[in-house]
Design a protein around this ligand. Sequence first.
Ligand SMILES: Nc1ncnc2c1ncn2[C@@H]1O[C@H](COP(=O)(O)OP(=O)(O)OP(=O)(O)O)[C@@H](O)[C@H]1O
Length: 681
Amino acid sequence: MLGFGPLFKIMVLIVELSYTKSLKSRILQNPEFSKIQMFNLHLNHQFFPLKFPRPSSSSFHRRSHDSVTLRRREFHRPIFLSVVRSGTDGGGYKYGSCEGDELTKLLSLLPETMQAKLLSHENLHDLVEIVLDLGRVPLARFPSGDFVLSPNPISLIDLNHATSQVGMFAADNRAGISRTLHRISAIRNRTGVIVGLTCRVGRAVTGSADSLRSLVKDGNSLLLIGPPGVGKTTIIREIARMLADDYKKRVMIVDTSNEIGGDGDIPHPGIGNARRMQVPKFDIQHKVLIEAVENHMPQAIIIDEIGTKLEAIAASTIAQRGIQLVATAHGVTIENLIMNPSLDMLVGGIQSVTLGDEEASRRHGKKTIQERKGPSTFTCGVEIISKSELRVHQSLESTVDSLLSGRRPTVKICKINSYGFTSKMATMENEQDTDDEITFHSQQAELIEKEEFADPSNGKSYASDCSEISTQNTYGVHTFIRIYVYGISETSVMRAIKKMKIDDIIQISQDMGDSDGFLALHSKLKKTPQIHAMAESHNLPIYVTKTSSVDQISKAIRALVTKKTEDKDRVVIEEEMKSSEKVDALEEARLAIEQIVIPKEEPVELLPRPPHLLSAQIDLIREYNLKAVKVGKDLNAFIRIIPVSSTIHKRSSSMKIHNTLSQPNSETPLNGIARLPLLPE
Ligand SMILES: Nc1ncnc2c1ncn2[C@@H]1O[C@H](COP(=O)(O)OP(=O)(O)OP(=O)(O)O)[C@@H](O)[C@H]1O
């Protein structure tokens, strides 16, 4: 089949798969197929790369990736042809595509033997990064794991070959390849020579923001948060395109590392008609933000990585002017922002309030509480959990208020199905329809709405609240509450459980040691103190009823379920807090290293942290080949990061030491932790 024109290839494939005439003609009549250059076959969810040579003609300047589903009765599952076609339709980038010229440009950073090895990988289209470290074997990173590109270690010649083909490295050690979205990040040795490269594949993914479409369309300001590499930039790039092309808004992207619009002065088609402003130095991002508003009359502003107080202030100024703002920030959950003194203003700012005696006693003696200070800069918050799962907080203010008052916020969970493995497709599989069918689809977003952790005050019946709360925790884990019953017939207990409609979350246990609660008839328990003692020795909450009536049993079970739910919520909150503290500590260290220690070669003192977080920070600092010194003791212990130059030449006493605590009048664009009181000029 190799070497023939695309239509012919499709025909050959169709003949090979014994497709019917009608199917063949439907495929061929479809105008999209006149543009096909290359395709791969997914049969029964398995991937078979069918390699066709790409035409070298420059007429194929814009390529995109689409899928075609061919369905026939004799195949139990749909067949997918993932097709790379050329297009002239102004954008049209489809799911996860980086084939064609753009991938070739990235591969050309590698010696030919490595390119060939990488091309043989069956999931080439999923490639995330290529890692080239001096003296080590080169790796290609895929979601499924690392793939060794050569047994031979990388030499300086290899690195020079790669760097000679990319643009200039900016102060943040990042460079790009012109007219592509790839990001090349350098690691340098003490003398500034590049000894490592991380080459991140950039893709325009149409459909990646479909689940946020209605929020975007309604003019909401969106803050997307997520850990590094989870796909934040990819989503806001698509939102920029969506706003500009689909909703005809004047969109300006403030593109700090040229990651959204790609390298070079002509932006990548992945941003559609959105305009892009480049940022000469990352520490003046906030100024460019203000300039964008003042000079270019945008209706929407897109910005990747708000990390400093100055940027947060600029963002809130923009939001106050009624401009739709779509931005990203590092972090895992909204709690991370609330606890980050530089970024908390994005969610309205947090203040401590001292309560009067009466109010304090109503709140179990709590004298101070935390409250939101003012309106949030963003209307909605989106936690990006993975490339296929988003948690949408439609009212960021309500989320913050809920979290501050110890309640669970209501979130929407959006699951994104890719390559057609959507629930819709599954339904289609199960249909009894016998016709041949062709479906064009790009990434499809399936919105699964869950009113999680509904506030019990919202008037719902106890039973439904209970099942929502108990069957689903933040991570969607299904758990049972086990109850040990004594002196009451199991039939009565089951009747009560059924009546409360919570039989999917409560089980009667036969083993006291494996139970969550103990339910007994008062009169029986009084006569058997040893059973009482046993329940106590297992630390079980004990509930007694005077009679075996369903009403009394229900009351007791309700009390048990409420207690267990509260306990579980507390544990989850504690775990989340622990994990977010770690994220903050590492983020603080990372930003200090990347924004001050490496570029300015100045030491930075981090905030005091507990010992396990100090160790985590030290590990991270070592990964950057920098030195970390632990200063102070116990609760006051903190880390000082020493730049490479200071480890060679002893630090002069006049050398400035930054710290991530308050620095009045300091203009240090330090990080997400620093308190910088300046307002933008
Ligand atoms: N929906 C998607 N489908 C396929 N690949 C994706 C998708 N979203 C992101 N990627 C890929 O994942 C990698 C990381 O994406 P991206 O750069 O958008 O993440 P990020 O969260 O902005 O990372 P960072 O915080 O490090 O800048 C890239 O190679 C990108 O092409």
